[in-house]
Ligand binder design. Structure first.
Ligand code: HSE
Length: 307
């Protein structure tokens, strides 16, 4: 096999209570990439369709992630990457992660899978560092592993895949404003109050337990964020009104997707997810800001080969 076409999913990082540690992969939103083995060494980004992004390897998140992988092994050959972007950069659903994770996953397949998924997360994080200035793994991990993932530790890197309850769906609203992750991180406080940390880790434990026992009420109760949401909500027009309308329409819980501006709502069943989508549309129309809304089941397999 010398060429591969893949789908790399959009992802939701943080999932309210798990800043920088929790994430999930979406099923029907993502980028496509074609990766080819070529005779010349190195990595070349030959085409990007859908967004204006740098083709220069060292300035492109896919290029940087691919180079991190190739630094770990001697090869006389190299790779060409074409990227078909469906996920807008700065939308909060893991645009850079899809490109970075897709590049390393595809190259690993063409090499005969010398690296495991945790190693691929490490390489893909280099792309995230280029995009946001920080080595965070909560988007690349779910893209690579699928389903829900927990970054139990960054050093050493320890990624745990969490059970995906069968009836869980996500509805996402993406207001068309751009929030750069680097800016959304810069406004956060470096310290937290112990009383807030206590509430936060109670919810992380509750969410993990709810995901394993498929206790939808517990999942819903645990989707609270006392640390990051109060600060970042100020960046998203109408945020608390959207959240209220999602909950009134039957969502289990609702929060900021990654660093925003997208907002996600977890729902039990596809019908509720669709009802929530309608409620969010009605609500956001009033702002005059253009937006997209989509509903998706959770993608439990992660990046995959497509025809
Ligand atoms: N955990 C990261 C943040 C995710 O919230 O800054 C960015 O998508």
């Amino acid at each position: 096999m010398n060429s591969i076409k893949i789908f790399s999913p959009a992802t939701i990082a943080n999932i309210s209570c798990g800043f920088d540690v929790l994430g999930l992969a979406l099923d029907n939103i993502g980028d496509e990439m074609i990766i080819k083995k070529i005779n010349e060494p190195g990595v070349r980004i030959t085409k990007i369709v859908g967004q204006k992004l740098p083709l220069e390897t060292t300035k492109n998140v896919a290029g940087v992630a691919a180079l991190a992988l190739l630094n770990e092994m001697e090869t006389s050959f190299g790779f060409e990457i074409e990227i078909y972007k469906n996920i807008k950069p700065g939308s909060g659903i893991g645009s850079s992660a899809a490109s970075a994770a897709g590049a390393v996953w595809g190259i690993n397949e063409l090499l005969g899978k010398p690296f495991n998924k945790t190693q691929l997360v490490k390489f893909a994080m280099e792309g995230e560092k280029l995009a946001s200035g920080t080595l965070h793994a909560d988007n690349v991990a779910p893209a690579l592993f699928g389903g829900f993932t927990l970054v139990r530790s960054y050093n050493p890197l320890d990624i745990i895949q969490i059970n995906t309850p069968k009836e869980l769906f996500v509805t996402v609203i993406h207001p068309h404003i751009e929030i750069k992750t680097v800016d959304a991180r810069a406004i956060l406080s470096p310290t937290v109050l112990l009383k807030d940390a206590v509430k936060q880790w109670g919810n992380v434990g509750g969410l993990i337990s709810g995901l394993y026992t498929e206790d939808y009420e517990l999942i819903g109760r645990s989707l609270e964020d006392f640390i990051v949401e109060p600060i970042r909500a100020t960046l998203i027009p109408n945020y608390y009104k959207v959240k209220e309308s999602a909950l009134n329409a039957g969502a289990l819980g609702c929060g900021i997707s990654g660093s925003g501006p997208s907002i996600f709502a977890l729902c039990k069943g596809e019908n509720v997810a669709k009802t929530v989508a309608l409620a969010l549309k009605e609500n956001y129309k009033k702002t005059g800001i253009p937006f997209d809304v989509y509903s998706s089941k959770i993608n439990s397999e992660g990046i995959k080969i497509i025809k």
